[in-house]
Design a protein around this ligand. Structure first.
Ligand SMILES: NC(=O)c1ccc[n+]([C@@H]2O[C@H](COP(=O)([O-])OP(=O)(O)OC[C@H]3O[C@@H](n4cnc5c(N)ncnc54)[C@H](O)[C@@H]3O)[C@@H](O)[C@H]2O)c1
Length: 273
């Protein structure tokens, strides 16, 4: 019975369920929690080999352990281009190639505009803009060797809408929008597509983690801040990261081979409301 469960069932699963990303190697940066973790789980379920790299090495490791014995975890600080280069090299050394990069790593600092300091501005840009760029650049070098690649960047409605407490964050993600388009054009001849996903307000994740800062800066109590999170959302609810992750599966799949330089709204109409 044990042999049936351990040996035969996995073989049958592979035979009967066609998996969208079978044989692909995916690196999810910032994949230890939130949206990145939801994407890693769905990629694994679709048959991809998974590498999760994150500043929080322990969380990346336990995410991988829960996912698959073959999944690889690494520590990376995307603010340091040498660190992201090293991670791409580790993935290629381990799996022989890199097919898909999703970079979810980002930070958001809450600052009224008149209080933004050069140090806090630079910190946000070092992670969100410079970090995103050099992750893409290192990954594209590895992908060019195979003539195939899927790069997915993560933007935000704040890159276009005005959120006065998140100016540095919104501006850094506007840089992500721009570099996504440039990279898409530059690397299209090499079989690499580059697209941005724009999640709406997600459940959990970085915005909820800013609760204390928002309370301090706005003076609003927790229940009012909670109500603010759904205020003005056309669907009247926030989006689950697992819903957004489906877009990342599709963009990485063969079905999206001719899709590049796009900015995919998964915002429930938020940007146009
Ligand atoms: N949460 C939302 O409502 C929302 C909305 C729109 C866009 N986004 C974007 O979606 C993405 C994921 O957001 P989330 O809410 O899941 O965030 P999260 O904070 O839950 O996860 C971000 C991950 O990035 C990692 N990270 C942070 N700094 C890093 C660094 N220097 N190097 C490597 N890893 C680092 C963190 O450890 C964490 O695991 C982000 O790019 C964010 O800007 C989030």
């Amino acid at each position: 019975m044990l042999a049936l469960t351990k040996v035969v069932l996995p073989i049958m699963e592979n035979l009967t369920v066609p998996r969208t990303l079978a044989g692909r190697v995916a690196l999810i940066v910032g994949g230890a929690r939130g949206l990145g973790l939801a994407i890693a789980r769905q990629y694994a379920a679709e048959g991809a080999e998974i590498a999760i790299a994150d500043l929080d090495a322990a969380a990346a490791q336990s995410a991988c352990a829960a996912m698959s014995p073959a999944a690889m975890s690494s520590r990376v600080d995307v603010a340091d281009p040498a660190s992201s280069r090293e991670v791409v090299e580790q993935v290629v050394a381990r799996f022989g190639r890199l097919d898909i990069l999703v970079n979810c790593a980002a930070i958001c600092l809450v600052d009224p505009l008149l209080d933004v300091t050069p140090e806090r501005w630079d910190r946000v840009f070092a992670v969100n803009a410079r970090g995103a760029f050099f992750c893409m650049q290192h990954a594209a070098r590895a992908m060019t060797a195979n003539g195939f690649g899927r790069i997915i960047t993560i933007s935000t409605p704040a890159s276009r809408m005005g959120f006065p407490l998140f100016a540095s964050y919104g501006a850094s993600k506007a840089a992500v929008d721009s570099m996504t388009r440039a990279a898409a054009i530059a690397w299209a001849p090499h079989g690499i597509t580059v697209n941005a996903i724009v999640p709406g307000r997600m459940t959990g994740g970085m915005i909820d983690a800013l609760e204390q800062d928002l309370q301090r800066v706005t003076g609003k109590p927790a229940d009012e801040l909670a109500a603010d999170r759904t205020k003005g959302l056309p669907m009247g609810r926030r989006v689950d990261p697992a819903e957004v992750a489906k877009a990342a599966v599709w963009l990485a799949s063969d079905a999206a081979a001719y899709v590049t330089a796009e900015r995919f709204n998964f915002t429930g109409g938020m940007e146009l409301a």
